[in-house]
Design a protein around this ligand. Sequence first.
Ligand SMILES: Cc1cc2nc3c(=O)[nH]c(=O)nc-3n(C[C@H](O)[C@H](O)[C@H](O)COP(=O)(O)O)c2cc1C
Length: 439
Amino acid sequence: MKILASPKGVPQILTGRFGKYDPDGPLAAAEQAGAWQAWKKAAVAMSPAQVTRIVADAGLRGRGGAGYPAATKWRAAAAVDADRRYVVANGFEADPGAMVDRTLMENDPHAIVEGVAFAAFAAGASHAYIAVRANLAVALKRLSAAVRVAEEAGYIGSNALNAGFDIHIEVTPVEGSMVVGEETVLLHAIENKRAQPDQRPPYPTARGLWDRPTVVNNVATLAAVPWIMANGAAAFAAVGDPAFPGTQLVQFAGAFKKPGIVEVPLGMSVRKLIDIADPLPKLKAVLVGGPAGGFLSPTELDTLYTPEALIAQGSMFGSGSVLAVGPDTCLVEMATTLERFLSDEACGKTIPCRIGLRRLYEIGARATTGLSRPDDAKNLVDLGNDVRAAALCGLEYCAPNLFLTGMRFFADEFNAHLLHGTCPAGVCNPVRVARTVTA
Ligand SMILES: Cc1cc2nc3c(=O)[nH]c(=O)nc-3n(C[C@H](O)[C@H](O)[C@H](O)COP(=O)(O)O)c2cc1C
């Protein structure tokens, strides 16, 4: 996907080395572009606590969706007494429509491997996995090569940098549906167990892989760490939103003139953000955060692009995908199709998720075919809220988002289907079918 120009003055923390070295080429070329320089200095001169302090001062928060402070996770894992700790870099990229993590893994694999080394050093972890969706063959190949050459150079492995600590990093392909990107599910998948989520607490930092303290971080979270270590906490903290500093990769798709991926500071308004990709005229809605994200209406575009602000709108940060929806798309049909997808991708561990998502889909399916029942409009919202309230994992929590934000911001379009059997966009064919009973 095309890499679009970032807004003026934004430092390229994640994309700065894209195209500056051949990811299939030798280590020396990557090093010339800046890879491993911070690690070689910091890991011999600093203590794990000092590294963690710098990342805490930078204000680095997770890019995987929840926005949890990275350094807090590292400290929590380091504080647990254990014979072994783990770091897991989450490169699963669960949203099938997103390719921001994939783009990062393919274009600057060394930033991720170096970031994993820093996280492992800081958390006192001797072993780390970079877990990548199994079909991302190029990312898997390049990350594996980056680990291998870094090991050959003595930067990681046993007695890394001759400094007396071990960091063994393994790149591991992981298969499965969307729910496998959720951290506890991912850990089970790595352990080769049934891929279903766990109740928390205990959090993975206390009990993760093989019951050992485990830090799970998104690959983009980790890729920012070498930049922070090279440029200082203050330089990172000065970028973007004071409460959520740094940059993020965002992917524009749908009704845009310039779809692509861009590195932007956190905390821009969604309006300014989508202007980068130039939406087509008559924008109807923006879907932020992938299939489990939420619809924003054109009147809500001053919402800031941060997890907190998006959650307040019933949406989420999610996969980094931002989809523009044009006037010819029916939002009820779109939400119904995506609900079906989420229901299929869920693991089915809890009844509200296994049955609730199916029933939500069925309400949508009835609405798009003119078969809505009198209580469907009420049930859609009630059931959506009930499923959220009972959620064990984020998939279940977010899966009703599209229906709930649809009913909130596009009540006319939803009620036209649910109450009146019409489709304002002219997409569905909600013809009421007369049921005749034959003797
Ligand atoms: C259904 C679901 C899918 C997820 N998929 C991903 C994913 O593909 N990549 C990712 O980093 N985090 C994903 N997450 C979030 C992870 O559970 C976890 O919060 C994240 O990996 C932690 O990293 P961070 O603190 O650096 O953001 C997903 C969560 C849910 C509920």
